[in-house]
Design a protein around this ligand. Structure first.
Ligand code: PEP
Length: 272
C-alpha cells in the first residue's frame, strides 16, 4: 500500500535522541550536559539523551527542569524477580528516564535480542508510561538481495504487537496522543558508525514503507502520528537534508551526539 501522505509531517513534533552507547564517564557526561543546557532552546523539537544506565539518574538531576529528556539504552521486560543483572521499566522510571531505546542492532547482533523480545520490551515500557524508541534495520546484504522489505515488516510487526496489547500508552511530550508515545527508528546496520548513509531517496522510500505498514497494522491515524526517526551516521553536515524528508521526523544519533556542537547543529536542522 503506497503512503498517500495525507497528514503533514509538520503535525508530528520532531525528536532527536542521542545514543551515547558505552561512552562518557560521569565528568564527561556532566560537561556535555552543561554545554547543551548553555546552548539555545529548541522549542520545535523534543531532544533526549541516553547515557550509560548508571548515569541516568545523575543526568536527569543535572538536566534539572530543562526540557531535555533522559532515557536508557536497554530494558528488561519483566518488572521484578530473579533476573540477575537486568533492569525493569519501573526502575528506569524511578531513575528519571522517560524513554528507552529497544532493538538497537548492537543489542540484536551482540546480545541476541529477538523480535519477540523487542515486542515484549515495547509492551513493558508502554505499561510503565515510558516511550520506546524501537529500532529496526537491515544489513547491506539484505538491502542488496532485496530481503530488507520482508525483514523490516517482520521487525515492525513485532513492535506493533507490543503496542497493540497496550490500551493506554502515554508520552512525555504529548500525554493526550497515544501514537506519539512510541518512536520507530530506522537504522540501516551498514550505516551505523560507518560514515556511510543511504541516499535521501532510499531513506524516504523505507520511511514511507514503514508508515504504510504501520497503517495496515495499527490504523491510519496511528501511522499518521507516529514519529519515525532515521539513524546511521547522522552528522552536522548531512542532517538538514535527511531531516527535510517528508516521512523523517527526527534522528537517532550515535557518534555525533557525544559533542555538544554537532548534536546541537543536528537539533537545529529540524527547525522549520
Ligand atoms: C546508533 O548507534 O544508533 C547510531 C545511529 O550511531 P551513529 O550515529 O554513530 O552511526
Amino acid at each position: 500500500m503506497p503512503w498517500d501522505g495525507s497528514r503533514k509531517k509538520s503535525m508530528r513534533k520532531p525528536i532527536v535522541i542521542g545514543n551515547w552507547k558505552l561512552n562518557l564517564h560521569r565528568e564527561e557526561a556532566r560537561a556535555l550536559i552543561d554545554e547543551l543546557l548553555r546552548g539555545p532552546a529548541h522549542p520545535w523539537a523534543d531532544v533526549g539523551v541516553a547515557p550509560v544506565l548508571t548515569l541516568v539518574e545523575a543526568v536527569k538531576t543535572w538536566a534539572n527542569k530543562s526540557p531535555l529528556l533522559v532515557g536508557a539504552q536497554n530494558v528488561f521486560y519483566e518488572e521484578k524477580g530473579a533476573f540477575t543483572g537486568e533492569c525493569g521499566p519501573r526502575f528506569l522510571a524511578e531513575a528519571g528516564a522517560s524513554f528507552c531505546i529497544v532493538g538497537h542492532s548492537e543489542r540484536r547482533t551482540l546480545f541476541g535480542e529477538t523480535n519477540d523480545m523487542v515486542g515484549k520490551k515495547v509492551q513493558a515500557l508502554l505499561k510503565a508510561s515510558l516511550m520506546p524508541v524501537a529500532c529496526i534495520g537491515e544489513t547491506l546484504a539484505q538491502r542488496k538481495d532485496g530481503s530488507l522489505w520482508d525483514l523490516l515488516k517482520a521487525q515492525l510487526k513485532a513492535i506493533a504487537s507490543g503496542i497493540g496489547s497496550q490500551s493506554n500508552p502515554s508520552n512525555p511530550s504529548n500525554q493526550a496522543n497515544p501514537a506519539m508515545g512510541i518512536c520507530i527508528a530506522y537504522e540501516p546496520i551498514w550505516a551505523i558508525g560507518t560514515g556511510v548513509t543511504p541516499t535521501a531517496n532510499e531513506v524516504e522510500e523505507v520511511h514511507a514503507f514503514l508508515r504504510a505498514t504501520l497503517a495496515e497494522t495499527l490504523g491510519k491515524a496511528f501511522a499518521n502520528e507516529t514519529r519515525i526517526l532515521y539513524g546511521g551516521s547522522v552528522t552536522a553536515d548531512n542532517a538538514k537534508a535527511l531531516m527535510a524528508l517528508p516521512n523523517v521526523d527526527g534522528a537517532l544519533v550515535g557518534g555525533a551526539s557525544l559533542k555538544a556542537g554537532s548534536f546541537s547543529t543536528i537539533v537545529a536542522s529540524l527547525s522549520a
